[in-house]
Design a protein around this ligand. Structure first.
Ligand code: PXL
Length: 282
């Protein structure tokens, strides 16, 4: 069984980061090891959330793993709390990366044109530096704009997306995948570039007219799980995009109208069966 290390926070309530990555990647048949960067009472879209920073725990934990001879097939990073944690994450890559380790970075820090409360633009530059160590990065449009000093636009054309991808490529990652890239009215999805071959790839599905927290984490977790199970990049990202959109659709029918997170618990069985179908066809 493949083994993924995911480095991101635990938001105890709110369904994001570790509380999505752990159940979703595990359900996909991949062992999921967690390195929590902080413990928060909720994610940062709630008011008055508490935070216990765990920066001082990261190196002691990974040093213990190293002594135990523990290895990983992939390292997937999401929400990191501080500049110092970005530096430590780079060290962890150096400690655990082999020729076969996939480094997958979701530079979680912003959405809808704005940084999340805990971050500023200098943090975006540090995240851009971290992205240079990745095999695959999956910023959303806002994060990509902050990392490449590009004006964020709500309305744009394909040339704008390609310009951002070309700038992201200069950060140094092998594959760059822009999420939330919309090429036509009512459609959205991913637009990727393999910087080694110069080839672009696109996957679009119907835009669901609702926004929930944690959907980026859901998308990334599914992509990591699918890649670990051996799906091609195109298939892994198509599965992640479709599953995320389906889960948003299901969440919209919940009479309790949760605003803080999606009902991925209801859709995990569909994810697992679509993964089996995709694997049997590949
Ligand atoms: O889903 C991204 C995310 C992860 N972790 C924390 C967050 C957010 C988004 O708001 O606040 C703590």
């Amino acid at each position: 069984m493949k083994k993924v290390l995911t480095i991101q926070d635990i938001s105890c309530f709110g369904k994001c980061s570790v509380t999505i990555a752990l159940p979703v990647i595990s359900a996909m048949g991949v062992e999921t090891v967690i390195l929590p960067t902080a413990v928060l009472s909720t994610h940062t879209m709630f008011k008055n959330f508490t935070v216990k920073d765990l920066t001082d725990q990261l190196m002691p934990i990974v040093n213990h793993w190293k002594e135990e001879g523990i290895t990983f097939d992939a390292i997937y990073t999401g929400y990191l709390g501080s500049a110092e944690e970005i530096e430590i994450t780079k060290k962890i890559f150096e400690m655990f990366k082999t020729d076969d380790t996939l480094i997958f970075i979701d530079p979680v820090m912003a959405d809808n044109g704005k940084m999340y409360p805990a971050f500023d633009e200098s943090y975006a530059k540090l995240n851009a530096g971290l992205c240079g160590a990745a095999d695959i990065i999956v910023p959303n449009l806002t994060e990509a704009c902050f990392m490449t000093d590009t004006e964020y636009k709500e309305e744009y054309d394909e040339a704008y997306i390609k310009e951002i991808l070309d700038k992201l490529a200069k950060l140094g990652s092998k594959i760059v995948v822009l999420t939330g890239a919309s090429l036509s009215e009512g459609r959205t999805g991913v637009y990727g570039l393999d910087t080694r071959t110069g080839e672009y790839f696109v996957y679009q599905n119907d835009r669901v007219d609702a926004a929930y927290h944690g959907t980026g984490d859901l998308f990334s977790s599914v992509a990591v799980g699918a890649l670990m199970r051996g799906l091609s990049m195109e298939k892994a990202f198509a599965l992640a995009a479709d599953y995320t959109a389906d889960t948003i659709r299901v969440t919209m029918t919940n009479p309790e109208k949760p605003w803080y997170g999606v009902d991925f618990e209801s859709t995990i069985p569909q994810l697992v069966s679509r993964l089996s179908v995709d694997l049997s066809l590949s």
